[in-house]
Ligand binder design. Structure first.
Ligand SMILES: Nc1ncnc2c1ncn2[C@@H]1O[C@H](COP(=O)(O)OP(=O)(O)OP(=O)(O)O)[C@@H](O)[C@H]1O
Ligand SMILES: [Mg+2]
Length: 332
């Protein structure tokens, strides 16, 4: 599975793996030290064992009487092994007590087996991505399970309109389905529109959570944050070329661009947002955009080019209701 993790996440996962390996080794060293101090004979046995191994190699190389010599070495080797096993047993520890116990016996905490990424490394990448996302948002609280339809009214907001509850039921079902079947090559981009506190961020994070759980690379950012970050990076690197976070924004499996329209409008912000959305569309990579702005307001704030791209290529979800944030505060 090709996963669009950022360099930052990959490096963090590599560091975590390295630390895991070092810890396995350190722990084995500690066990060995304490065991040998109690049973000095065990250390002697280990040394003799490595000496017999060296002798066996030599016997094979020189060839003279190799078979007889090997036979003899094998016997003494077995005697040493069982003596060591008896020592371990009498000490009440397991057979592998003196050996390195890797967290992952498959890859020996290297992260790769035969040049392929081990499943434990994939899990680490997922954890790192999840942690980063979690640091930015209350991800743990935003799941489909904690989303309730009880906050939305049964009565239409205007005569002949759709009851908010009905609309939100549809949106909830759509998002849940979207998350369950998420595929970075096939899933469409979404535009979540609606007033404040209706659950846009909540549902987009619930989707993010599900996608991360499946091992996809997800990035969550709010428009003002990402514009600020990119502006700083551009300022620092006079190169003016694409930076790491730039590349990741374009290449991650799912980009969540929250609070579109709340960034300070400049020519930099509008061209950056246009490029981000357009490049992802060109590469058929899904983006979930959330905004308080109506279509008309979007048209006012952004170029016709951007709005027509959003309109033409995003599934539009119009959230209805009245501020859940406030309702929750009142209940508490
Ligand atoms: N249907 C719901 N069930 C449970 N909690 C909800 C629901 N909708 C929103 N919330 C909670 O209410 C708060 C506001 O929701 P959220 O941040 O998703 O709103 P939003 O539509 O993104 O608003 P804004 O436009 O201001 O960003 C969050 O704490 C969220 O978890
Ligand atoms: Mg929000």
């Amino acid at each position: 599975m090709a996963m669009g993790y950022s360099k930052e996440i990959i490096e963090a996962a590599n560091r975590a793996m390295e630390q895991r390996r070092r810890q396995s080794i350190t722990k084995a060293e500690q066990r060995r030290r304490s065991f040998f101090s109690r049973y000095p004979r065990a250390l002697e046995i280990e040394r003799e064992l490595s000496r017999t191994a060296a002798k066996a190699a030599k016997a094979v190389l020189t060839g003279s009487n190799a078979r007889l010599e090997l036979e003899r070495l094998k016997e003494s080797n077995q005697a040493l092994q069982s003596e060591l096993a008896a020592l371990l047993k009498s000490a009440g520890v397991s057979e592998d007590y003196l050996e390195i116990r890797y967290a992952c016996p498959l890859c020996k905490d290297e992260g790769y087996v035969d040049g392929k990424m081990c499943s434990c490394m994939k899990q680490l990448l997922r954890d790192e991505a999840y942690q980063r996302l979690n640091a930015l948002s209350p991800l743990s609280l935003s799941s489909f399970d904690t989303f309730s339809l009880d906050y939305y009214g049964e009565a239409p907001l205007k005569a002949g309109g759709i009851p908010p509850k009905k609309r939100m039921e549809d949106i909830y079902r759509y998002c849940k389905n979207y998350a369950a079947n998420f595929d970075p090559q096939l899933s469409p981009s979404l535009l979540m529109q609606g007033a404040t506190g209706l659950g846009k961020t909540h549902l987009s994070l619930a989707i993010a959570r599900a996608a991360i759980g499946k091992g996809f690379g997800v990035i969550y950012c709010s428009a003002p944050n990402i514009i600020g970050k990119l502006e700083k990076e551009r300022f620092r690197s006079a190169r003016g070329s694409a930076d790491e976070s730039d590349v990741y924004l374009l290449e991650c499996d799912l980009l969540i661009l929250d609070d579109l329209g709340t960034e300070f409008p400049t020519s930099f912000s509008s061209s950056t947002i246009y490029n981000m959305i357009n490049s992802r569309l060109m590469a058929s990579r899904p983006t979930i955009i959330s905004t308080n702005l109506t279509m008309r307001e979007l048209e006012k704030q952004y170029s016709q080019r951007l709005v027509s791209r959003i309109m033409g290529n995003h599934v539009r979800l119009e959230f209805l209701g009245s501020d859940v944030r406030q309702k929750k505060r009142l209940i508490r």
